[in-house]
Design a protein around this ligand. Structure first.
Ligand SMILES: [Zn+2]
Ligand SMILES: [Zn+2]
Length: 307
């Protein structure tokens, strides 16, 4: 396909006029009209067409960049984007219903609803490029360490201090302490910096019987901020979660059998359905999101009570 005005090949940013002529850009369409090839009458679908076209192009160019900027609750960010696109598609219900059977603009609008559905599939399957962190790990415990470890940790810190590593110590504790592991547990964004820190720490740690190692880690993709070993088997539907976020059961999608059970249960129980609709309990909102996500994944219609 080529542009009616400049004859160049057209891409996904093409534009049509009310007669169905195709142009590579808004510019070429304007030039074509200015050249007096013909006069265009205002068309009732023109604004709707221009709006859905520009929304589609904007989404196409921005969705991945906008998701890449999200630092927590990534799965929810995808859900929100999917819902925005749902709304955009639903706004054009009339054109979908008639399958675009009312002239070139109607046809194009209908095509955009199909392209938006395709785009949704692509977005739904998106997973982030996981950032690797480097974790100097000296204990396996979460949170507070026991008295014995605490003592060892204090001795290590004291000796670092006495050996002229005061600044290093402050730098470690202020900027690199693991968010959920106290004691000798430090997180670095760069491997070389982690290796250097480990070199300093090693003799002090081994003197006090603390095993330290360096491992690659990723951040939990929910909002807890936890960082855990990269080879942890805590994926849920290819999202990376910490142990507690995985166990929370809010993430990922139901299996077909689970989904059918949940749908049947809430379709049949008016009282429970009211709890969900009005989100009377804390679990309702994330549960609804999981229902919606599962419906998308398994091509089920989203029930009204989950919407
Ligand atoms: Zn052109
Ligand atoms: Zn988490």
């Amino acid at each position: 396909m080529s542009c009616e005005y400049c004859l160049k090949e057209i891409d996904e940013k093409y534009m049509i006029d009310s007669k169905g002529n195709q142009f590579c850009s808004e510019h070429c369409l304007e030039e074509y009209v200015e050249d007096g090839e013909y006069s265009i009458d205002p068309h009732p679908y023109e604004d709707t067409y221009l709006l859905i076209r520009s929304s589609y192009i904007h989404l196409l160019e921005s969705w991945e960049k906008s998701l890449q900027k999200v630092t927590e609750d990534l799965e929810d960010a995808v859900d929100e984007l999917m819902e925005d696109i749902d709304e955009l598609i639903d706004d054009h219900y009339d054109f979908i219903f008639t399958e675009g059977d009312d002239g070139p603009y109607a046809w194009e609008i209908y095509q955009y609803t199909i392209k938006l559905r395709e785009l949704q599939k692509q977005i739904f399957a998106w997973r982030p490029q996981r950032k690797t962190y480097y974790w100097i790990s000296g204990s396996d415990h979460y949170g507070i360490i026991d008295a014995n470890e605490e003592q060892k940790h204090e001795k290590i810190c004291a000796e670092l201090y006495l050996n002229g590593y005061e600044e290093f110590l402050v730098f470690l504790i202020d900027q690199h302490q693991h968010p959920y592991h106290w004691g000798v547990n430090y997180i670095f964004e760069r491997r070389d910096m982690a290796e250097e820190a480990l070199k300093v720490l090693l003799p002090f740690c081994s003197k006090h019987g603390v095993d330290v190692s360096l491992m690659e880690a990723h951040k939990c993709e929910a909002h807890c901020g936890d960082i855990l070993e990269a080879d942890a088997d805590t994926y849920v539907n290819s999202w990376f979660y910490c142990y507690s976020c995985k166990e929370s059961d809010k993430h990922g999608v139901f299996t077909l059998q689970e989904l059918e059970m949940e749908l049947a249960y809430y379709d049949n129980d008016e009282e429970e359905r009211q709890v969900i609709i009005y989100e009377r309990e804390d679990w309702c909102a994330p549960f609804k999101r999981k229902i919606k996500r599962s419906c998308r994944a398994l091509n089920y219609e989203i029930p009204l009570w989950a919407d």
